[in-house]
Design a protein around this ligand. Structure first.
Ligand SMILES: NC(=O)c1ccc[n+]([C@@H]2O[C@H](COP(=O)([O-])OP(=O)(O)OC[C@H]3O[C@@H](n4cnc5c(N)ncnc54)[C@H](OP(=O)(O)O)[C@@H]3O)[C@@H](O)[C@H]2O)c1
Length: 159
C-alpha cells in the first residue's frame, strides 16, 4: 500500500483500480507501532503512526465506500485495530490512541451503515499479540500465529 495521508491520495488509489474489478472486501492491515515517551518520541514518528493507523483507513474507506455500496452482495470493511486500543500505557499511548480512533471509526460507521440499511459490514478486529516483525514475539498459548490471527479476523463475518 502506498502512503496515504490525505483523501486526495486515497481517491487516486481507488480510481487506479479498474471499475470492472469487483471489490467486496477492504482490509486495513498496515500499521506502525513506535514506542517512546511523549517527550522522547520524534514528532515525525508520531505523525506517521497517526497517519498510517488512523487517517489512511479513514480516507481509504471513504474513497472505496461508493464502490462497495454499489454491489448487490454484502461488502466488508475490516479494520485491524489492537488490544492496545483498550487501555493507554506510558510509552505506548500514541499507538493506543491511534488504534482507539480506528476502533471508534469502525464501530461508528458500522452503526451508520446499519441505520441507513446499507449492505456493508464494518468489522473491527482487536488482536492482542501476534508473532510478527512488529511484536518480535514467538507464537505460544497467548500469542497467535499470523495465520491464526488472519483466520480469527474473518471468523466474525459468518461466511
Ligand atoms: N503483531 C502484533 O502483536 C499486533 C497486535 C495488535 C495489532 N496489530 C496490528 O496488526 C497489523 C499488522 O501488523 P503486523 O503485526 O503484521 O506487523 P508488521 O509485520 O510490522 O506489518 C506491518 C505492515 O504495515 C505496513 N506499513 C507500515 N508502515 C507503513 C506505511 N507508512 N505505509 C504503508 N504500509 C506501511 C508494512 O509494510 P512494509 O513491510 O512494506 O513496511 C507491513 O506490511 C497492524 O495494523 C498492527 O498494528 C499487531
Amino acid at each position: 500500500m502506498s502512503k496515504v495521508t490525505s483523501f486526495k491520495i486515497a481517491e487516486k488509489l481507488a480510481q487506479r483500480i479498474p471499475l470492472n474489478l469487483d471489490i467486496g472486501l477492504v482490509i486495513h492491515n498496515a500499521g506502525s507501532s513506535i514506542t517512546g515517551r511523549f517527550t522522547k518520541l520524534a514528532s515525525e514518528d508520531a505523525e506517521m503512526m497517526v497517519n498510517i493507523n488512523s487517517l489512511a483507513p479513514y480516507f481509504i474507506t471513504k474513497a472505496f465506500l461508493p464502490r462497495l455500496l454499489k454491489r448487490k452482495e454484502r461488502s466488508v470493511v475490516l479494520n485491524v485495530s489492537s488490544g492496545a486500543s483498550l487501555f493507554p500505557m506510558p510509552g505506548f499511548f500514541t499507538y493506543s490512541a491511534s488504534k482507539a480512533f480506528l476502533s471508534y471509526f469502525a464501530e461508528g460507521l458500522s452503526q451508520e451503515m446499519k441505520f441507513e440499511g446499507k449492505t456493508i459490514d464494518v468489522v473491527n478486529y482487536t488482536p492482542m499479540g501476534v508473532a510478527t516483525k512488529m511484536s518480535e514475539m514467538k507464537a505460544d498459548l497467548f500469542i497467535k500465529t499470523p495465520e491464526l490471527a488472519a483466520k480469527s479476523s474473518l471468523d466474525s463475518l459468518g461466511w
